[in-house]
Design a protein around this ligand. Structure first.
Ligand SMILES: *Cc1c(COP(=O)(O)O)cnc(C)c1O
Length: 361
């Protein structure tokens, strides 16, 4: 069985080179005489791996020294709770709800304080980012939370909201490593690794140190989610996802050796633009996301009927194009074109789309 064209939304396609490198050192890592899987997280060999992983990420994103980097577990979902537990100092925050995960983050935060709905695009089925001209944080908001790329609906912020002195907190799970980010525009960013950065089970958090140096806002905050404690212990308050972090390090190095984030962004837009052009030119397929809000990674679209959607997904499978079915909340199709998805895979998908459309005429 050859490797397929994998458009999975996450866990997603990984760079083949990374998989091969990891396979080559799977049983014996360097001269350690054991697999990374078998190593103590307290060993000097493992400490070197996690340190190098952090360094690689710092240099990719030019992360300033006053920002801490954490590699925790629990996915982006656990951060929906960790953020309010740590940062709701006066007890309120603004949430911009532009999709499913943005909404979940908002709902989770309501358990811990006054999580305010600052804007939403739910009325138009999350087909866009809300109009944020004139946006300002509400009185007393400790932070403003956004989901920067809406994985399920296929939309993305092309400009960040202006939040003044109020820290911007962003779930960047599905655009992390797809493009450069100006870290200083944010108070905190977090990303589940399984979209672009590595395997499921690692969550990367980048946080401005002054926001956490006094400890969590709420004393009920579980120790594991206490950012200050996790920083002090180097993401090792308990046993971290050692192998997952090691794989993330390999992906960071791959991004860097293939040209870095600017090159990655250009490659990604060059990959997805022809797909958006095809959708816009077609009377058969319809893109879900409005033009000014389109994602660099997740391309969502529909054919005229759910029956044809299903037939198209089946046709794709025959061509070795998999994980193309849309999320149940939107229906239709979703092509997640993360960093490791090649132009050839997208061309294969487009060929299949054209062929399928012709047959229906
Ligand atoms: C996948 C995803 C999540 C959920 O991630 P988990 O790691 O499963 O918790 C949250 N937010 C965004 C934007 C995502 O793409």
């Amino acid at each position: 069985m050859a490797r397929v064209h994998n458009f999975s939304a996450g866990p997603a396609s990984m760079p083949l080179e990374v998989l091969e490198e990891a396979a080559a050192e799977f049983v014996e890592y360097g001269d350690a005489g054991m697999s990374v899987l078998e190593m103590s997280h307290r060993s000097s060999t493992y400490q070197a791996i996690i340190d190098q992983t952090e360094q690689s990420l710092r240099s990719l994103y030019s992360i300033p020294d006053n920002y801490d980097v954490l590699f925790l577990s629990g996915g982006a979902t656990l951060q929906f709770a960790a953020v309010p537990l740590n940062l709701m100092k006066t007890g309120a925050a603004d949430y911009l709800v532009t999709g499913n995960f943005a909404k979940k983050a908002w709902q989770e935060a309501q358990k811990y304080g006054d999580a305010r709905l600052a804007a939403t695009s739910q009325d138009s089925d999350f087909d866009r980012i809300c109009d944020l001209s004139g946006f300002a944080p509400s009185d007393g908001a400790d932070y403003v939370h956004i989901c920067q790329n809406n994985t399920i609906y296929g939309t993305m912020y092309h400009e960040l909201p202006e939040t003044g002195d109020v820290p911007l907190v962003a779930d960047v799970s599905s655009c992390f490593l797809s493009l450069p980010l100006d870290i200083e525009r944010y108070g905190l960013l977090y990303a589940g690794a399984q979209k672009n950065a590595g395997p499921a089970g690692v969550t990367v958090i980048i946080v401005r140190h002054d926001l956490i140096e006094e400890g969590p806002a709420l004393s009920i905050c579980p120790s594991y989610l206490d950012y200050r404690e996790q920083v002090k212990s180097g993401s090792m308050l308990n046993t971290p996802n050692t192998y997952g972090i090691y794989l993330c390090g390999k992906v960071f190095d791959w991004v860097s050796r293939t040209g870095g984030l600017e090159a990655m962004e250009k490659r990604n837009w060059d990959k997805v633009q022809p797909l958006y052009d095809l959708l816009d030119a077609s009377e058969f397929y319809q893109a879900h996301a409005q033009k000014d809000s389109r994602s660099i990674a997740n391309v969502t679209f529909k054919s005229p009927t759910p029956e044809l959607d299903a037939a198209f997904v089946a046709r794709c499978a025959e061509r070795g194009i998999v994980n193309i079915k849309g999320h149940r909340a939107v229906g239709g199709m979703r092509a997640s074109c993360y960093n490791a998805v090649s132009k050839q895979s997208i061309e294969a998908l487009m060929d299949c789309m054209i062929e399928f459309e012709k047959e229906q005429a």
